[in-house]
Design a protein around this ligand. Structure first.
Ligand code: ZN
Ligand code: ZN
Length: 312
């Protein structure tokens, strides 16, 4: 690889418009693109160097919850499924918040997710566990072929230039977020030395550890939530309901419900199915930030039930 080629590829980490994808790229892993992803995992090992403090762990947890909410409520339930409405300004803020999760831009995310619903667990589903667990968890987005956005699935989102820009420079927001953590730690070290934290500790826990856990828990919905759990509805795919996954993903674990009726804002269809993202979205609707939350129609709640569930 020439120096110029190498420079172009490294530059492409920061500007997606520099990535050239031809139709004949196979499903092999694009290692040059994968380097940052691997490095992010390795950087987490620096917890052994920077140590820990209660405040760093609390910030890491808060950073996880805030961004898990942004992914499930905004990237998934808003951008992918349009299950509620909001203003254009709030839409942009939702996109920026989602981008801090380091799962690329809202348009790319929504395009692959919409495609997943069209072909769920069929041949054209890009992350079905039927193609192997590791593939469904990580392989699919580490190959060059799926680096591009499925434009025909997201024409509605391409109408907003601010979202297109966010998608093009999708690493910018996470980098700013990482610096925010660094400066937060530096400020706390200076203003509250008794907390025994510092910039590097906050960067490692608040950004890197929190982000890696967040990424894998999100990916479990593509992998584990099509393998592990119960099926209430006949959806023609392998999607499952799993209370544990619902807890760690703030409601996304009710995945069989979701495949049964993806247009609904809530994914826990019954009161005992805890869905934190939905509760928070309801709260946001009380303040008028979002509106027109779509319910599950009563006739859909009990349609297409798998027989065993219907009898119980
Ligand atoms: Zn699914
Ligand atoms: Zn969905």
């Amino acid at each position: 690889m020439s120096w110029q080629n190498l420079f172009t590829k490294v530059f492409a980490w920061f500007d997606n418009s520099n990535v050239k994808i031809t139709d004949n790229v196979g499903e092999s892993i694009d290692w040059m693109r994968v380097i940052p992803f691997i490095l992010m995992h390795l950087v987490c090992l620096l917890v052994l160097v920077v140590g820990w403090s209660p405040v760093a762990l609390w910030v890491a947890l808060a950073s996880y919850l805030l961004r898990m909410f942004a992914i499930t409520a905004f990237y998934h339930r808003y951008f992918s499924h349009k299950s509620f409405k909001t203003s254009r300004f709030a839409q942009f803020l939702f996109g920026v918040l989602g981008a801090t999760a380091t799962q690329r831009g809202p348009i790319w995310w929504a395009s692959h997710h919409r495609r997943h619903h069209i072909y769920s667990d069929k041949d054209k589903d890009i992350h079905s566990p039927r193609k192997g667990f590791l593939w469904s968890h990580m392989g699919w987005f580490l190959c060059l072929k799926n680096f591009s956005t499925q434009e025909h699935c997201v024409r509605d989102l391409f109408k907003f230039p601010e979202l297109v820009l966010l998608d093009r420079f999708d690493t910018l927001v996470p980098i700013i977020y990482g610096f925010f953590m660094l400066f937060l730690g530096q400020y706390l070290e200076y203003a509250y030395p008794e907390l025994q934290t510092n910039g590097s500790q906050m960067l490692i826990w608040g950004y890197f550890v929190s982000t890696i856990v967040l990424i894998h828990c999100t990916l479990f919905i593509n992998s584990l939530a099509h393998i592990w759990g119960r099926q209430r509805y006949q959806t023609g795919d392998d999607s499952r309901n799993n209370g544990f996954l619902a807890l760690i993903t703030m409601g996304e674990g009710w995945h069989n419900n979701h495949h049964h009726y993806p247009a609904s804002t809530r994914q826990g269809f019954f009161w005992w199915e805890i869905d934190m993202s939905y509760y928070l979205l309801r709260l946001m609707s009380l303040f008028g930030i979002i509106w027109d939350l779509k319910p599950v129609p009563a006739n859909r709640l009990y349609s297409n039930l798998i027989q065993k569930e219907a009898q119980s």
